[in-house]
Design a protein around this ligand. Structure first.
Ligand code: B12
Ligand SMILES: *[C@@H]1O[C@H](CO)[C@@H](O)[C@H](O)[C@H]1NC(C)=O
Ligand SMILES: *[C@@H]1O[C@H](CO)[C@@H](O)[C@H](O)[C@H]1NC(C)=O
Ligand SMILES: *[C@@H]1O[C@H](CO)[C@@H](O)[C@H](O)[C@H]1NC(C)=O
Ligand SMILES: *[C@@H]1O[C@H](CO)[C@@H](O)[C@H](O)[C@H]1NC(C)=O
Ligand SMILES: *[C@@H]1O[C@H](CO)[C@@H](O)[C@H](O)[C@H]1NC(C)=O
Ligand SMILES: *[C@@H]1O[C@H](CO)[C@@H](O)[C@H](O)[C@H]1NC(C)=O
Ligand SMILES: *[C@@H]1O[C@H](CO)[C@@H](O)[C@H](O)[C@H]1NC(C)=O
Ligand SMILES: *[C@@H]1O[C@H](CO)[C@@H](O)[C@H](O)[C@H]1NC(C)=O
Ligand SMILES: *[C@@H]1O[C@H](CO)[C@@H](O)[C@H](O)[C@H]1NC(C)=O
Ligand SMILES: *[C@@H]1O[C@H](CO)[C@@H](O)[C@H](O)[C@H]1NC(C)=O
Ligand SMILES: *[C@@H]1O[C@H](CO)[C@@H](O)[C@H](O)[C@H]1NC(C)=O
Length: 431
């Protein structure tokens, strides 16, 4: 008599023991895929300098089910080079991305390729942990990259220590914050990594305490991401939202349904796409998987890799960035300030439509001693490394922060379009 009652109870119990099986995922409907075409064409029509630069894009296209052979060929070349060279100067996160991109959607019947890369990543992860020294120290790179490394090791059978994760991934760790502000991108990548670890711990040896801590961290980080939700549904800003959505997809057991209106977030992202917000290939690559209901945890799941090639249209022209053609007669003037301890200001006149970098170049021409600067190119555009001869320093966690009207910018100096009477600042800061 008791049986029919016990069975559903046992089922319920099982469900509550397997929280990560529950998933609230909202995604763009097939009828609406054309709204994603600007992202696809941005990614497919760009030129990629190094193979590693293409990794983010290839990973994204594979998860979305759009195949792009030439990108993959380029990356395989690069991988061969790294494997042979052994001594490689890639950072942990770059190598992790290369592995994720190469192995994503690989037919499980094919023999595992690039095992060498996984053991190289183990080594780089060790170096990161060693660099942190004691709890309270910092990694060589940052927690976004550390999380990418843990994720790739977890998905592809690399080794890492769960005890170390327990030590270093407490949500209060300062590396989750830049200048006191929670970094949504970083927290999201950590949630993805920890969710993978949680799944694999549960499958193997279940050290109760380790598992309990991992769950606790995931819950806290998911809550922190939700606390960065804006009125319009974005999580952090437009550029962190895709990764934050992925994190909330895999951690839905840890928050209540009413705490997040996924559809609202999705609609706002679609609106941002139409405004050209994701015009950089890297920005498009980071946001696309979530819109298709995919997460980085799907990369080793062959059966979730659909072929959607026929549904997308990469021949549509790229959306033009909303910058009016510059007529040479329209000039604007901005106030540009370099702040270390002393402050130097200058009034700079530039053509309408200019970006922050153009202002810096103009100021440099006017007074080289005070306004000289240097930058390196990255996937997000130019990254300022020194101003007035003062170099950023990763050990000291110093960098050159960009601001307008006293507010930190959401974009780099190559993309932020300045406006008349803008009050621009580069400020020597700590994170
Ligand atoms: C860590 C990080 C930083 C660190 C980098 C140093 C470090 N210790 O690693 C610090 C805190 C210094 C930083 C600074 C800035 N950042 Co930042 N950063 C990140 C983060 C969280 C991870 C980057 C990473 O490691 N990627 C993985 C590796 C494998 O890729 P990578 O290409 O090798 O990574 C390098 C570059 O990304 C570079 N970098 C980091 N931030 C930025 C920003 C710009 C504009 C450029 C060109 C390069 C760059 O540093 C990384 C390490 O070397 C990303 C989040 C994301 N979604 O990508 C944001 C992110 C890239 N940053 C962003 C921004 C806006 C900035 C700032 C412009 C903020 C400001 N107002 O000053 C400044 C850069 C100013 C300058 N000097 O030019 C935005 C870029 C959005 C956009 N459309 O351009 C992102 C996407 C965060 C966000 N959601 O808003 N950042
Ligand atoms: C397609 O997108 C529009 C605008 O974002 C939305 O209002 C509509 O409900 C979507 N259609 C479907 C079938 O999901
Ligand atoms: C690694 O070194 C090569 C050659 O010295 C250089 O071209 C490349 O940009 C370096 N990569 C990184 C990530 O530093
Ligand atoms: C892998 O091989 C098995 C047995 O040969 C076959 O049934 C299965 O369809 C293959 N899987 C894929 C994804 O090709
Ligand atoms: C994972 O790696 C271990 C050794 O580190 C090996 O014994 C095991 O067979 C590997 N498992 C898979 C699925 O590749
Ligand atoms: C995680 O654990 C700490 C200490 O054990 C506790 O204070 C905190 O409330 C827990 N967080 C969550 C989200 O359960
Ligand atoms: C793999 O993907 C399929 C289809 O999306 C899904 O049904 C299945 O649960 C996934 N398997 C794992 C282990 O995540
Ligand atoms: C995906 O489908 C398209 C046609 O819809 C086909 O041309 C292409 O070869 C397929 N790609 C893969 C990897 O199956
Ligand atoms: C792709 O775009 C071209 C040009 O914009 C258009 O003619 C064609 O109908 C589109 N195809 C699909 C499948 O959307
Ligand atoms: C720029 O703005 C600062 C702060 O408002 C002000 O002190 C400075 O005089 C201005 N510089 C120029 C050249 O207008
Ligand atoms: C550059 O600015 C500094 C500080 O305001 C000033 O001492 C110096 O004379 C200026 N140099 C030129 C070439 O204007
Ligand atoms: C790092 O900070 C220390 C202490 O403030 C300083 O002595 C050192 O010169 C800094 N290093 C660099 C490369 O800026």
């Amino acid at each position: 008599m008791g049986r029919p009652q016990q069975l559903p109870l046992a089922g319920l119990l099982l469900l509550s023991l397997l929280p990560s099986q529950l998933c609230t995922i909202c995604k763009v409907s097939k009828e609406n895929y054309s709204l994603l075409n600007p992202l696809i064409s941005t990614m497919v029509n760009s030129k990629y300098a190094g193979g590693i630069q293409a990794a983010n894009v290839l990973l994204s296209l594979k998860l979305a089910g759009v195949d792009h052979q030439s990108l993959e060929k380029q990356l395989i070349q690069e991988a061969k080079y790294i494997e042979e060279k052994k001594e490689s100067n890639l950072t942990s996160g770059q190598l992790a991305l290369a592995i994720l991109a190469l192995r994503a959607c690989q037919n499980p019947n094919e023999s595992d390729k690039h095992l060498q890369l996984v053991s190289q990543l183990e080594e780089k992860f060790r170096e990161e942990i060693e660099h942190m020294g004691v709890p309270g120290g910092n990694p060589k790179t940052n927690y976004y990259q550390l999380s990418l490394a843990v994720l790739a090791l977890c998905l592809f059978n690399g080794s890492y220590s769960i005890t170390e994760l327990n030590t270093y991934f407490t949500p209060e760790n300062k590396n989750f914050y830049f200048g006191g502000r929670f970094s949504v991108d970083t927290g999201a990548m950590a949630v993805l990594a920890l969710s993978c670890v949680e799944k694999s711990v549960r499958q193997t040896d279940t050290n109760g305490e380790d598992l309990q801590n991992i769950k606790n961290y995931t819950e806290s980080l998911a809550k922190k991401i939700l606390s960065e939700k804006k009125e319009n549904g974005l999580l952090g800003n437009a550029f962190s939202t895709g990764q934050a959505m992925q994190a909330l997809f895999v951690s839905s057991a840890y928050y209540k349904e009413k705490e997040w209106n996924c559809q609202q977030t999705l609609d706002t992202v679609l609106e941002e796409i139409s405004q050209g917000t994701f015009h950089l290939p890297i920005a498009a690559a980071q946001v696309l998987p979530a819109l298709m209901g995919k997460t980085y945890l799907d990369v080793n799941n062959y059966s979730s890799c659909a072929n959607n090639s026929g549904l997308f249209n990469s021949s549509t022209p790229e959306p033009t960035t909303p910058v009016e053609p510059t007529s040479p007669s329209t000039w604007i003037s901005v106030n540009y300030t370099v702040q270390i301890q002393e402050t130097f200001s200058i009034e700079v006149t530039v053509p309408k439509g200019s970006v922050f970098l153009n202002v810096m170049e103009e100021a440099q021409k006017m007074n080289y001693t005070v306004f000289r600067f240097s930058f390196v190119d990255s996937m997000w555009g130019p990254y300022i490394t020194s101003v007035e001869g003062l170099e950023e320093n990763r050990e000291n966690r110093t960098y050159w922060q960009l601001l307008s009207g006293g507010e930190p910018l959401k974009e780099g100096c190559g993309n932020y379009v300045v406006h008349n009477r803008d009050y621009l600042e580069v400020r020597w800061s700590k994170y």
